[in-house]
Design a protein. Structure first.
Length: 500
């Protein structure tokens, strides 16, 4: 360990955010540029280099966290970047987007604030690009084998990069006009500027990965024909079948899914649109769903100039401290967390209907939508809700009506889409959960067809998506070569996050 007393003498300090009033006027990332490097060395010193580092176990990638913490403390950025990239293809993505289960598993977190692992990771990744420590790594020779990867989210990109570097010829098929999946059109610019994504895609192109955008497999290209053309196919389409809200008034104009709303705002940032057709500007917005997608909608609506924004969460307000009986260390606890978007809504008083005692950050906890009401012309004008108990049962006397012009449904995703022909044309079987069924080697019932990421696992975190991509690449490599793969396989298809 770099400083044996670092965890005793140095308090936790996180990457500071820009002032709310400044950052809501643009779409740039919320953090103060250049403010991470001056503090990250001292934060890395807080790592205790534990005999049994549970941060490894909490991270599905198995990131070598104590090793690169020590290297950062010594300012050996090249070696730190090498150790970081040994387990993670895209650390600048996870350093910005992952909720950091590694920090929940930090041994220091038993009785102190955890090491700022996520910030150190991001600093290493950014420094690696600045110093040229992440050059393309094309294979020395080609295997003569070909692979089609369907989907260019974090799973598809990780699988493609690993297989390309192993010498296979890889083509990534993406239905959108740009590469990136939900990282491109789901994640707002203020959480991750797309220049980070573009940089990785160019690296992959230089290594030999080919990209086929604006191509929907199952519609533009027959999936069975694709299987016949390639030696292996990887289904990495994600879990994009959104969950619905079956309440009266759902059919009213002005009620939209989050993934109908967020891509349009991203296209404005890309320069494709001058303004979003679903812009929240001047509107009273209600977001149904208390997760990260709902928070993304919240931050987007604030930047678009909404008149007010309220986010409904059917769960009660989490506690500020870990419940050691229900969620003991090192599991990832459900805590009251203040994202950048929630901070913005609170400072700007965007949700006057929210009680100050509940946090005043635009979230209304333990609230269930009963129905939507229209204005007589077929457009939504009100949302009727009721408070619920821990069992989601309505509490009498808690009925409430919110005025609303725009409703955004952020209720999560149930699995891969089934209506585009892909799954039927390939003939793959589905699990009882509606995800693509697979065996212990990531293979489906169709020989040569593999499945990974949210399409098979179900909705999960970006760090699990990248781990799935790396693991399925090893499985495909074994299939193509007929021998043990030299590619790492950090997880198996049945692994799950640590729980009680």
């Amino acid at each position: 360990m770099a400083d044996p007393k670092g965890f005793l003498t140095t308090p936790r300090e996180e990457w500071p955010r820009r002032p709310v009033e400044e950052r809501v006027r643009d779409w740039n990332e919320v953090y103060v540029p250049g403010a991470l490097l001056p503090i990250v060395g001292a934060q890395a010193d807080r790592c205790m280099d534990c005999g049994v580092p549970f941060c490894h176990q909490a991270c599905p990638l198995g990131n070598l966290i104590p090793e690169w913490n020590e290297l950062v403390s010594r300012e050996d950025w090249r070696a730190a970047a090498e150790r970081l990239h040994a387990t993670n293809n895209f650390p600048e993505f996870t350093g910005r987007l992952c909720p950091a289960p590694c920090e929940a598993g930090c041994v220091l977190a038993i009785n102190q604030p955890a090491v700022t692992i996520k910030n150190v990771e991001c600093a290493i990744a950014d420094r690696a690009w600045e110093e040229g420590f992440a050059p393309p790594a094309p294979p020395e020779r080609l295997s003569g084998r070909t692979v089609a990867v369907i989907g260019s989210g974090p799973t598809g990109l990780a699988a493609a990069q690993q297989l390309t570097r192993a010498g296979h010829t890889v083509a990534v098929y993406e239905r959108d006009d740009r590469v990136g999946g939900l990282m491109r059109y789901g994640i707002p610019e203020f959480k991750m500027e797309k220049r980070h994504l573009e940089r990785r895609v160019e690296q992959m192109r230089a290594e030999g990965t080919r990209f086929r955008t604006s191509t929907t497999v199952g519609r533009d290209v027959d999936a069975a024909e694709l299987r016949a053309r390639y030696d292996a196919v990887v289904i990495a389409t994600g879990a994009t079948a959104w969950r619905e809200l079956a309440v009266p008034g759902r059919e009213l104009a002005g009620v939209h899914q989050a993934m109908e709303y967020l891509p349009l705002a991203n296209r404005v940032c890309e320069g494709d649109l001058e303004s979003s057709p679903l812009s929240a500007a001047g509107r009273h917005v209600v977001i149904v769903g208390g997760g990260d997608t709902g928070a993304d909608c919240l931050g987007t609506a604030v930047r678009e100039g909404a008149a007010s924004v309220t986010q409904l969460d059917i769960y009660g307000r989490p506690g500020d401290e870990r419940d050691e009986d229900a969620e003991p260390w090192p599991t990832y606890p459900k805590l009251y967390r203040l994202s950048a978007a929630h901070e913005e809504a609170g400072v700007l008083r965007m949700a006057p209907v929210v009680d100050a005692g509940a946090g005043a950050d635009a979230r209304l906890f333990a609230a269930s939508t009963v129905r939507f009401a229209g204005d007589g012309s077929g457009r939504v004008c009100a949302l009727h809700l009721v408070g619920v108990d821990a069992g989601r049962r309505p509490v009498p006397g808690t009925e409430r009506v919110l005025p609303v012009d725009l409703v955004l449904l952020a209720l999560g995703f149930s699995g891969p889409e089934r209506g585009n022909g892909l799954l039927a044309q390939l003939g793959v079987e589905l699990s009882p959960r509606g995800t693509v069924a697979r065996d212990a080697g990531f293979g489906t019932n169709v020989p040569g067809v593999f499945a990974a990421g949210d399409a098979a696992r179900g909705q999960s975190l970006i760090v699990w998506a990248i781990a799935e991509g790396r693991a399925v690449a090893a499985a495909v490599d074994r299939h193509l070569t007929g021998s043990a793969s030299r590619l790492p396989a950090p997880i198996g298809p049945y692994d799950r996050p640590m729980t009680v």
